[in-house]
Write a protein that binds this ligand. Structure first.
Ligand SMILES: [Zn+2]
Ligand SMILES: [Zn+2]
Ligand SMILES: [Zn+2]
Length: 333
């Protein structure tokens, strides 16, 4: 019998998800489970969301016996979903039709709203891992959504920072960052609703964040216009990354939104991209100092890496034009 439980890490004050059934999951299947016509996908779709066949969390979790007195144990209740962004087996968010991107963003919002209805879910975490170096087991373009029974530690930290800032200054931290950075050198691209920026405090080599101009908390609160603008911002970010070294760049893309239970008026939703290449042939490893202490070292001036990204984006825009896509937003020189 497989176990899905969360164990309390008493030193860090957070939960560890324990799922015993996943060790046997197939690694790089010969036939793609996400292509049209596969048992789970069928035909007649362009973007779909499915339940993950090998979930870390379950809606009927079994747990082991009593935890030791210094810890605690709860059922690993939750949902793990997969969003397949295209019927094409190869590619990335910059090769799929633009209407798929808009639909993808829409699905992330709908899933957030739907999963929020579940009394056992406290947090909805949509993320996208790309590239074998990031550990992706299926090449077919896809994202994942974890619906968690707890608020992840990193989000707790951001909630506290934004609330503390609000108490101190009477305004929103991210709104203030957008205002101050808007015309500065670290902004790469902007449109009516979003900016794409390499943050002053980047930890990964070409880490970029997407900040909405409007102050809101959840993907389910995106307006129709914002869904289009966000799709274009995602297209810009990913095509920029894929033009950086002239190979398809591995990355992690995570949406940081507010918890779905409770009231978090000071939180400002955003999307973060982490990349691991310092140069085309050199990686940034998260090792002792990063994992062991959560102290990141950045081996270049972030402002120099912004210049590389702006050059890459110019090349990307030319490629998008060749494919017939003209950006509505503006590149920042
Ligand atoms: Zn496929
Ligand atoms: Zn704000
Ligand atoms: Zn964040």
């Amino acid at each position: 019998m497989s176990v899905n439980e969360i164990r309390w890490h008493p030193l860090l004050g957070t939960w560890v998800i324990v799922a015993s059934g996943r060790a046997t999951r197939p690694w790089r299947d010969a036939t793609c489970p996400f292509c049209p016509g596969a048992p789970e996908t069928g035909y007649g779709w362009d973007v779909i969301s499915l339940d993950n066949r090998y979930p870390s969390l379950s809606t009927s979790p079994s747990v082991t016996s009593t935890p030791p007195s210094f810890s605690k144990l709860e059922p690993g209740y939750g949902r793990c979903k997969v969003v397949i962004e295209t019927t094409e087996h190869e590619g990335d968010l910059d090769t799929i039709p633009f209407q798929n991107l808009v639909k993808y963003v829409d699905i992330l919002g709908r899933e957030t709203a739907e999963l929020a209805e579940d009394p056992g879910i406290k947090y909805v975490a949509p993320f996208r891992n790309k590239g074998e170096l990031i550990g992706v087991s299926i090449h077919h373009p896809h994202s994942q959504i974890y619906a968690l029974p707890f608020i992840p530690l990193r989000i707790e930290r951001e909630l506290a920072s934004m609330e503390g800032y609000y108490k101190d200054k009477g305004s929103c931290l991210v709104c203030d960052i957008v205002k101050e950075e808007e015309l500065g050198e670290r902004v790469i691209y902007r449109n009516r609703d979003f900016i794409l920026i390499l943050p002053y405090y980047a930890q990964w080599p070409h880490e970029c964040h997407i900040y909405p101009r409007r102050h809101f908390q959840l993907l389910s609160q995106l307006t129709d216009g914002e869904k289009e603008s966000l799709s274009e911002t995602l297209l810009v970010a990913v095509s920029m990354y894929n033009s950086l070294f002239n190979f398809s760049l591995p990355y992690m893309m995570v949406t940081h939104q507010a918890p779905v239970k409770g009231h978090y008026p000071h939180y400002h939703l955003h999307i973060e991209f982490y990349t691991i290449h310092r140069y085309a042939d050199k990686l940034k490893y998260a090792a002792g100092i990063e994992w062991g202490y959560w102290a990141f070292t950045y081996d270049e001036l972030p402002e120099n890496r912004v210049k590389e990204l702006k050059e890459a984006l110019k090349r990307a825009v030319n490629r998008l034009k060749e494919r017939g896509y003209n950006l509505r937003g503006e590149l920042i020189p």
